[in-house]
Design a protein around this ligand. Sequence first.
Ligand SMILES: [Mg+2]
Length: 368
Amino acid sequence: MKIKDVRTRVLRVPVKSPITDAYFSHKARNHVFVEVETDEGISGLGEAGQYFAVSSVPPLIREGFRPYLIGQDPAKVRELWDTLYKRSFLYGRRGVAIIALSAVEIALWDIIGKSLKEPLHRLLGGRRVDRVRAYASGGFYKPERDLIREMKTFVKSGFTAVKMKVGFDPEDDVRRVKVIRKEIGGDIDLIIDANMGYLPGTAIKVARELENQEILWFEEPVSADDVEGLREVKKNSGIPIAAGENEYTEFGFRELIEKRAVDIVQADVTRCGGVSQAKQIASLASRRGMQHAPHVFGSIVGLVASLHLVASEANGYILEYDQTEDPLREEIIDQYVDLKDGYLAIPEKPGIGVEVPSRLLTKYADKS
Ligand SMILES: [Mg+2]
């Protein structure tokens, strides 16, 4: 089997109200898909976790990756990844080049699975569990009344763990977290995410004030560039610390893991370099007693690929299930995942097994 073509599609899906965290405000859900077509009629679909400068991905793939990929055997995924990593080294290593490479690599795994008629988790060593626990990811900044309503809706839909944003005004953040804890009751796991909004001193103060609120983890308390700061926060707070959505490849994660700066790593398959990298990162983390709770904020390709990953990993912890408005996801999600008692079943379709209908690719195609 040989690769015949590599195409990129950028989708812009408008949302009713802006999605705001401590770092940014999104006015649309932007999705980037990469389709890899083979000469045997099998195609793979990958996703790039690039939310903002989305139009940076297509030229990078077209000029940097596509000429090399045409004619290659997609099953040589490791060799292709290594070559593309080296070829993009001068402008890559982190950020958008690795995000684009992630999408290509995911599409290659999709092809391998389809050609062998096996779901991804079987190619990764088989599933270790029958179902994967998921948490409702949302709780972006909004008026308190709306936040309470959102969190209660998550609980009503069966989630046993929910996430809300902090990282704004520390005093108000602490107050809002306590309000939410009271409103959802003591049995629901509550995760807080600062999106790098604090400095270490503030993060430690916030963590201490929330120590008796039974927080499942405190996510990205400080900048992804401040690994020492993260370590400081971890040492001085009684709440588990999680980070990694802004880290790339096993080389980038090595520092985070070896310095024991976190309790939970959050490699994102659509950003960290793809399936093999996420697996390798989880494995490095596992040797240090850390869990992997993959970051997922994008479309269904990333969500389902992460589901396969968590199911196969020794330290697969819990899956982020983005519940924030996304008309694209809402139109097709029911075909791929089914939430029961806060758990998701493990997909059994060959490969990653997600298709985005051409009707939706046209409807949301980027026209800018
Ligand atoms: Mg986060």
